[in-house]
Design a protein around this ligand. Structure first.
Ligand SMILES: *Cc1c(COP(=O)(O)O)cnc(C)c1O
Length: 400
């Protein structure tokens, strides 16, 4: 196994993202395979006892797949190149990535400022898990720069947010919020699942750590669960790695291989899905009470969103009269699937209040803007006219 001679970091780091998505981080074995090899192995063997001793003492080389695996490393290298990060480690799910990114750096007595509007399980981490270890959280309206500032305490260690947020599509002003964090020695952790590096690179706006559900756009075809954490050498090697090596939320080589294949088409998919989302969103505007779509001028943070993202992404939410009408609309769909997943090449729609944000509870849902009449749509790669016709007939079926 050798690194392809054309693939050393000095050369690959100069490639543009579309090239990196196809080739970045590829290693080739002595067989010269075109596609990345899948190393389904938990352990490794050695020519002599001294070799393994040297590797355990810090020399490069594989020792055990909880510590390194060639297929997983290819994915980590590719994501690092796409993200513009020093280093990346991959985890078994997006939630394993979020948990590792937070717990590896926090300790008893620390304080976190987190966005109120967030994925249900991310809220569970800050509301229920961290307090068990004596770590407190203040949740704020992440759209309001002043609230970030006002929430800082002497023991604040981390800012944690999504932009756009799931499912309210709240946008965080990353230049301001990450700059504020830097001034106070606070580490910013950005959950970038909705945009991915193909549309938005938070490190360029001053973020310290980018954490991913790679289950979403990176796989992009609804096949595997995966997660990733990107950051500086110091953060990944000194903080995340000891946590990950000893607690073991590692991504399986098979799933890493599937995500490597997914990344080859990420740029194409997310741009076409964004175009489709613009067409579907424009059609729906005026037909529903509220549409929360960062690509439309009607989104209150449209200009900020578009200054941070190169396209709107495939996901938006909208609000109909009430829960009953939302459920009836889902049941009237003929093409779009009822599914709580996102980032898929298939169009999927869900009712967040009874699915992804069920566990948050009614009060917190109201506070974060997840209304009972809200539906979230992931716009896929189907012909947008078919999607528009399906939504049109479903809206008519519920009297809209
Ligand atoms: C789906 C999602 C997660 C969790 O990812 P899994 O891969 O399902 O564990 C975290 N954050 C956001 C914004 C998500 O959409």
């Amino acid at each position: 196994m050798k690194k392809d001679t054309g693939q050393n970091r000095a050369i690959t780091s100069k490639w543009r993202t579309a090239t990196q998505a196809v080739r970045g981080g590829t290693w080739r074995s002595e067989h010269g395979e075109t596609s990345e090899a899948l190393f389904l192995t938990s352990g490794y063997t050695y020519d002599d006892a001294e070799t393994v001793a040297a590797r355990f003492a810090g020399e490069p080389g594989m020792t055990y797949s909880r510590l390194q695996n060639p297929t997983v490393q290819m994915l980590e290298e590719r994501i690092a190149l796409l993200e513009g990060a020093d280093a990346v480690r991959c985890q078994t799910t997006g939630m394993a990535a979020m948990t590792a990114a937070l717990l590896c750096q926090l300790e008893q007595g620390d304080h976190v400022v987190a966005a109120r509007a967030a994925f249900g399980s991310c809220r569970w981490l800050t509301d229920s898990l961290l307090p068990k270890f004596g770590i407190t959280t203040t949740t704020i309206d992440s759209r309001d720069n002043d609230q970030w500032k006002a929430a800082i305490q002497p023991n604040t260690k981390v800012f944690f947010f999504e932009t756009p947020a799931n499912p309210t599509m709240d946008i965080v002003d990353m230049t301001y919020v990450c700059g504020l964090a830097r001034e106070h020695g606070i580490t910013t952790v950005v959950d970038n699942a909705f945009a991915t590096s193909a549309l938005q690179r938070p490190l360029e706006f001053g973020a310290d750590v980018v954490a991913y559900s790679a289950t979403k756009m990176m796989d992009g075809q609804g096949r595997v669960l995966a997660g990733a954490v990107a950051g500086s050498h110091d953060f990944i090697n000194e903080k995340l790695l000891p946590f990950q090596r000893n607690t073991g939320p590692n991504l399986s080589p098979f799933n890493a291989w599937v995500v490597l294949k997914g990344l080859e088409t990420l740029d194409l998919r997310i741009r076409r899905q964004s175009e489709n989302a613009m067409l579907v969103g424009s059609f729906m505007e005026g037909r529903v009470k509220t549409i929360l779509h960062p690509g439309l001028a009607s989104h209150p943070q449209h200009n900020l969103a578009m200054s941070q993202m190169s396209a709107c992404g495939p996901i938006f939410s909208f609000i109909v009269d009430d829960r009953k009408q939302a459920m009836a609309l889902l049941n009237a769909l003929q093409l779009i699937d009822i599914s709580n997943n996102i980032g898929d090449s298939r169009s999927l729609m869900t009712h967040p209040a009874t699915t992804t944000h069920h566990s948050v509870g009614p009060d917190a849902r109201v506070a974060m803007g997840v209304e009972d009449g809200m539906l979230r749509l992931n716009v896929g790669l189907e012909d947008p006219q078919d999607l528009i016709e399906d939504i049109d007939q479903a809206l008519r079926a519920v009297g809209l």
